[in-house]
Design a protein around this ligand. Structure first.
Ligand code: ACM
Length: 762
């Protein structure tokens, strides 16, 4: 993209301890918060007198023979080594100035007590997880920016027992090394459940010895590309049993349970492609595995298919010791079951009244199997339809209604409603965001989610095991984007799952989050700065000047410069739209307590940039299936990410000043229409094209208004990357909404606008 705005996300970096204070500047500035920067927020923090000095001479003392305490101590020593460069020795004999791990009965599950005094630090818990979490809290204190750690007594325990993240490794595969890093980041937020989405229509990622074709046929695919565009390299991979055993042990050592998900009866294209006898005899077309959406391919209900599923689950259970096994159950459109005479006959023989009841029967059969092996079934909330299996737990994703229904029926539930806990939604509104779903789910929106809604009675609330955020990876092609999409919103999820409801406060959370993001940087986490980075809206002003409106998501103060220098605590405070002589370089950053927050804006303000809008600054005409989709070209280098509603590609340049405009340029690209949306595809309609490739049309004062420009797509049709189309326009004056659509014979390829430039007379 050719935007004049470049967002320098990682400018602000805490190095190691000490940097926080150094960045604060003078001692006269307000301190960020009285409370130490702990995330998630502990239940009780009682400051006391004096401080403890952590030095090269400090030691860690563990009770003799206590393996859990030694493991927690080893994790602490590693963490202090990473962030403080200090690696205390671990001993089993009492010592002075020690960090001591101790056991005590009566501290609740996963809870701990942490006492910092001038002479010693003591971490006490009943269970191993509590010792580990106490160590994590001490590590956070030790990396809070001061050499001396203020004396304090912390008593802490989690609010919920299920504090989860789901990662989809089926749509896009992530390496075992990345999975381990992800688990580390979770553990350092006291998240304890990693729901691993291992199979889906697009890929099968787990080695199953008895059925080798699952990975042979299902682990690799060629990504979709627009007609005529170069074929993209294959993508994929799978986890061997050895790798999974290692990951499960790695997670367990960090007190994270991995709940594997094996999808049924829908999202089953990958296994059906490998073993067609598992399906309903409808043969999937080639290449369909690189589509997104809801596929119609369901498992059949033959005994052999249940045999297959039980064999698979047997191998899965041998790898994953979790109490729960997730069997999916979502989005199983029943068309193939309805159309299959064989399945209809089986339903009749079984006395099953409809396809929902058949799915219920299917899931109940799996539940009995899992229960016979001592495991519990969990599934997405569709498992409620047609009757819930007797001991099933529901993961509520279509809102929280599934959890309410489950709790009312006496079942346990986990809250993971979309869109608020769906981290595949973009978290910012600028072109700096990687691809994802178009609706914004900001950090604040996640933080404000209420895991104890009034709609649940106290009795029902007791059935809520906790909450989980989900990362679906259709549009996350790289591990870096997975990490960016997950954090820091997952930090908010961690706080929701752990902290007491009445103590939560977004401002305080931000103050504690910034140091947490800095701590995790040396552990490979480049979290998103979208919540903090100022965004700029530009427009022309009178007398050849430009007007710039700045904003950030969290309402923090913004400071700016126009002399090219880095914004500092003493730079001008933004108080409303700026009218600037042009050309100007505008730099801005957000501040709290006189400290710059991560992420900054560096914006060129000139005659062209004030008349340019990229797709994130245009308004979508509709929001049916709004997506931000990456271009499939060029093969190397930066690709555009188009924001569009795939049900209606149409954009509005609101309030465009047309004074002096002589030309319009539009950057367009084509994307494959690889979406399984069933009959809804008939709802995508276009005006008929005048030329074989179609034309971009520009209308004034609304999408039914006068057509003021036509830009044939022919020059773009042979270029798989971005093409700039340009045309002259008749002179007009005043401000108008301009509507951009295109004519076409159908939705494939789909055209998308990356940016619009209004060009004034030179
Ligand atoms: C889901 O998002 N289909 C669970």
């Amino acid at each position: 993209m050719t935007s004049g705005a470049s967002v320098m996300n990682q400018r602000f970096t805490f190095l190691v301890a000490g940097a926080l204070l150094a960045t604060c500047g003078s001692a006269a500035v307000a301190t960020p918060a009285a409370a130490p920067p702990l995330l998630p927020l502990p239940q009780s923090i009682a400051p006391s007198q004096g401080s403890f000095r952590l030095t090269d001479q400090s030691v860690v003392v563990v009770p003799p023979g206590d393996a859990g305490a030694r493991a927690a101590a080893e994790r602490l020593v590693t963490l202090l080594g990473v962030n403080r460069g200090i690696r205390p020795a671990i001993v089993e004999t009492p010592a002075k100035n020690a960090i001591r791990f101790a056991r005590a009965r009566g501290i609740s599950a996963e809870g701990y007590r942490l006492e910092v005094t001038p002479g010693s630090v003591t971490i006490t818990a009943s269970d191993d997880a509590g010792l580990f979490y106490g160590a994590v809290t001490f590590w956070q204190l030790a990396t809070a920016g001061k050499e001396a750690i203020s004396a304090v007594r912390i008593e802490d325990a989690p609010r919920f027992r299920w504090r989860g993240l789901m990662l989809d490794s089926a749509r896009h595969f992530q390496s075992p090394e990345f999975i381990k890093r992800f688990i580390d980041w979770m553990a350092l937020h006291k998240l304890n459940t990693f729901h691993w989405h291992l199979v889906d229509d697009q890929g099968w990622r787990i080695e199953i010895r008895k059925y080798p074709k699952l990975v042979e046929a299902g682990a690799w695919r060629t990504p979709a590309s627009a007609p005529g565009a170069p074929i993209l390299p294959k993508t994929g991979g799978y986890y061997t049993k050895e790798q999974i055993r290692e990951i499960v042990a790695y997670a367990a050592a960090r007190h994270i349970t991995i709940v594997p998900e094996i999808e049924m009866p829908g999202h089953a294209l990958a296994p059906i492609r490998a073993y067609p006898e598992l399906g309903t005899s409808v043969v999937p077309p080639r290449g369909i595995e690189s589509d997104w959406g809801v596929f119609p391919y369901l498992f059949n209900v033959e005994d052999q298919t249940f045999g297959f599923l039980q064999d698979v689950l047997t191998e899965v259970m041998a790898l994953f010791p979790s109490e729960y096994i997730h069997v999916g159950g979502d989005e199983a459109v029943k068309d193939q079951w309805k159309a299959s005479p064989r399945i209809q006959a089986q339903m009749k023989a079984l006395g099953i009244k409809d396809e929902h009841a058949l799915q219920s029967w299917f899931i109940q059969r799996m539940e009995r199997f899992l229960a016979s092996k001592g495991r519990r079934l969990i599934g997405w909330d569709e498992i409620l339809e047609g009757g819930l299996a007797p001991n099933a737990t529901v993961m509520s994703w279509r809102g929280i209604e599934g959890a309410v229904a489950a709790a009312q029926a006496g079942h346990d539930a986990v809250l993971s409603p979309q869109p608020v806990l769906y981290l595949n939604h973009r978290q910012g509104g600028t072109s700096a965001e990687p691809p994802g779903r178009g609706e914004q789910v900001t950090l604040r929106r996640v933080y404000d989610f209420d895991p104890a809604p009034d709609t649940l009675t106290d009795d029902q609330q007791r059935h809520i095991l906790g909450l989980q955020a989900n990362l679906w990876t259709e549009h996350m092609r790289t591990e870096q984007r997975v990490a960016y999409s997950a954090f820091p919103r997952a930090s908010a999820v961690a706080e929701l799952g752990w902290a007491a409801a009445d103590k939560r406060d977004f401002g305080g959370f931000v103050d504690r989050l910034v140091p947490q993001m800095a701590r995790l940087k040396p552990m490979g986490l480049d979290a998103s700065n979208s919540a903090f980075t100022p965004s700029a809206a530009l427009r022309p002003a009178a007398n050849g000047k430009g007007e710039v409106t700045l904003a950030n998501q969290i309402g923090a103060e913004i400071r700016y410069t126009i002399d090219g220098s880095e914004p500092r605590a003493g730079s001008p405070l933004y108080a409303g739209p700026l009218t600037l002589a042009m050309p100007t370089r505008l730099r801005a950053a957000s501040f709290r307590h006189s400290m710059a927050l991560p992420g900054s804006l560096d914006q060129k303000v000139d005659a062209l940039s004030v008349r340019r809008r990229d797709d994130t600054q245009l308004k979508l005409c509709s929001n049916d299936i709004a997506l931000q989709l990456e271009d499939d070209a060029p093969a190397q280098g930066r690709r555009a990410a188009f924001l569009l509603d795939i049900m209606k590609p149409c954009w509005i340049y609101e309030d465009a000043s047309l004074d002096g405009i002589t030309e319009i340029a539009v950057d367009v690209g084509q994307i494959p229409f690889n979406f399984q949306i069933g009959k809804d595809i008939e709802k995508i309609v276009f005006r008929p094209p005048a030329t074989p490739e179609g034309e971009v049309e520009v209308r004034i004062d609304g999408c039914e208004g006068e057509r003021i420009a036509v830009l044939p797509l022919k020059p773009a049709a042979s270029n798989p990357a971005l093409t700039t189309l340009k045309t002259v326009v008749a002179p007009r004056s005043g401000s108008h909404d301009l509507c951009f659509t295109y004519t076409a014979k159908g939705p494939s390829p789909m055209w998308a606008i990356d940016a619009v430039q209004l060009i004034p007379r030179p």
